[in-house]
Ligand binder design. Structure first.
Ligand code: NDP
Length: 455
């Protein structure tokens, strides 16, 4: 017999504890809405106060990061690590270096990570961390000194069987290198404590590609339910960092046409399509020269650059004719109006490379219109999946080939897609990938928490 569990009461308590943490509350609200039905069908979860416990991080570390710039001036940033849930494995999740970083953003990311990691089929708990440090405009030496100072404190709380950070916004191969080098010196051990490492010192093939490729594989799986493929589809991609670059690469490979890319200063629209050669230019521009996306339209005159206009209540990037959208920059980058524009322009596939890119009113619209909408915690789980594979290779001290890792990634994305479909059907909302992802991710963690007693 089912009992009705009041998720609303639990949510109200979360709000009263941290009323200002709006991104965290947004993420919690969405998961609670999805798992209401699970709580009703499984009274043992309510009795064990799973929801009350799952929203409370197991540990939050906040610390000072002091460092000197190239002129010798001292700066002080804030460092954080949120160790959210270790029921199914060591904490796992990226580090974000961006001026907007605060507790709310990291708690939302860590919370999402718990369910995402559960979906991957690999044994990983959820965590997230970072700093309000902005690597943009800093020299390599400044970034190195910052990373060294950051790890000086963080190393006390992480380890290959405890907590394994990776990259996220502002943390790529360069930063992972400096962080790893410092950890190794401090601990006197060479271990798989970070993922996203370089290939010749413990990194996995396909890790840089994994999030972008995974998000495209997820879109392919969704399209396959309608007997369609990505070939010939026109796609909008936002961002121009790690996730965006490999999303574009895979889309080109599968015969799709990508017409947009962006960064925090604006976006480019290239109606003729971003080719492999143009993508190579973007990779050099962003990863080596650390330049701005506006330079693309200076080199390729057929493209138009539109700067960010904060007086507009919508993002014109999402207002072009297309079939698919791959938001791959940051949270809340598609609002209700953007969602309307996407639908108006014919978009019926949205696969989220970034975390929580769509605001709740946008999500409701996508679900209401029954488009193929893959939420971030399912669609972008390829990155952490290959991080999990990197951990396995490090533990076994061996290296899998590109094909092996790519095949495993493809299988994992297939399995995540199936879990979402199955859970959404089992709980009465077929085709709703948001419910599917939240429910499938939640049940595994909740069961592990029940098994392990009160903590
Ligand atoms: P990068 O730092 O490599 O790239 C981020 C891109 O997004 C840049 O083009 C950046 O522009 C843009 N961007 C960042 N913040 C904003 C903002 N506030 N407004 C507008 N544009 C912005 O990060 P990733 O590609 O690694 O991450 C992108 C997204 O994917 C994030 O949401 C991340 O959490 C998510 N993700 C990443 C994974 C990974 O493996 N890396 C795994 C799963 C999810 P600019 O350079 O101007 O700042």
């Amino acid at each position: 017999m089912s009992t009705v569990y009041n998720t609303g009461d639990v949510y109200d308590k979360v709000v009263s504890r941290d009323p200002d943490q709006k991104e965290f509350l947004q993420a919690v609200h969405e998961v609670f809405e999805s798992v209401k039905v699970v709580m009703d069908r499984n009274p043992e979860y309510g009795k064990a106060k799973i929801l009350e416990r799952i929203v409370e991080p197991e540990r939050v570390v906040s610390f000072r990061v002091a460092w000197t710039d190239d002129r010798g001036e001292i700066h002080v940033n804030r460092g954080f690590r949120i160790q959210m849930n270790s029921a199914i494995g060591p904490y796992k999740g990226g580090l974000r270096f961006h001026p907007s970083v605060n507790l709310s953003i990291l708690k939302f990311l860590a919370f999402e990570q718990v369910f995402k990691n559960s979906l991957t089929t690999l044994p990983m708990g959820g965590g997230k961390g970072g700093s309000d440090f902005d690597p943009k405009g800093k020299s390599d030496a400044e970034v190195m000194r910052f990373c060294q100072s950051f790890m000086m404190e963080l190393h006390k709380y992480i380890g290959p069987d405890t907590d394994v950070p990776a990259g996220d916004i502002g943390v790529g191969g360069r930063e992972i290198g400096y962080l790893f080098g410092t950890y190794k010196r401090l601990k006197n051990e060479f271990s798989g404590v970070l993922t996203g490492k370089s290939l010749n010192w413990g990194g996995s093939l396909i890790r840089p590609e994994a999030t972008g490729y995974g998000s495209v594989y997820f879109a392919s799986e969704m399209l396959a339910t309608r007997n369609e493929t990505l070939a010939g589809k026109t796609c909008l991609v936002s961002g121009s960092g790690n996730v965006s670059q490999y999303t574009v690469q895979k889309l080109i490979e599968l015969g799709a046409k990508v017409v947009t890319l962006s960064d925090s200063s604006g976006y480019i629209y290239d109606e003729s399509g971003i080719t492999a050669e143009k993508l190579k230019y973007v990779m050099t521009l962003k990863n080596i020269k650390r330049g701005r996306i506006s330079e693309y339209s200076e080199k390729y005159r057929e493209a138009v650059f539109t700067p960010v206009d904060s007086s507009k209540d919508y993002n014109p990037l999402w207002d072009h004719k297309a079939d698919c959208a791959f938001p791959s920059a940051t949270q809340n980058e598609i609002n209700g109006k953007d969602a309307q524009n996407l639908l108006k322009n014919g978009v019926y596939v949205v696969s989220e490379g970034s975390n929580m890119p769509t605001t709740p009113d946008g999500v409701d619209l996508f679900i209401d219109k029954k488009i193929l909408y893959g939420p971030g915690k399912a669609a972008n789980a390829g990155g952490v999946s290959v991080s999990g594979l990197e951990m396995s290779q490090n533990s076994m001290r061996l290296k899998w080939s590109r094909e092996e890792v790519d095949n495993k990634l493809r299988q994992i994305m297939k399995s995540i897609h199936k879990s979402c479909v199955d859970a959404s059907e089992e709980y009465g909302t077929p085709g709703n990938y948001v419910n599917g992802a939240n429910i499938a991710g939640f049940v595994k963690v909740a069961d592990a928490m029940l098994d392990q007693g009160l903590f």
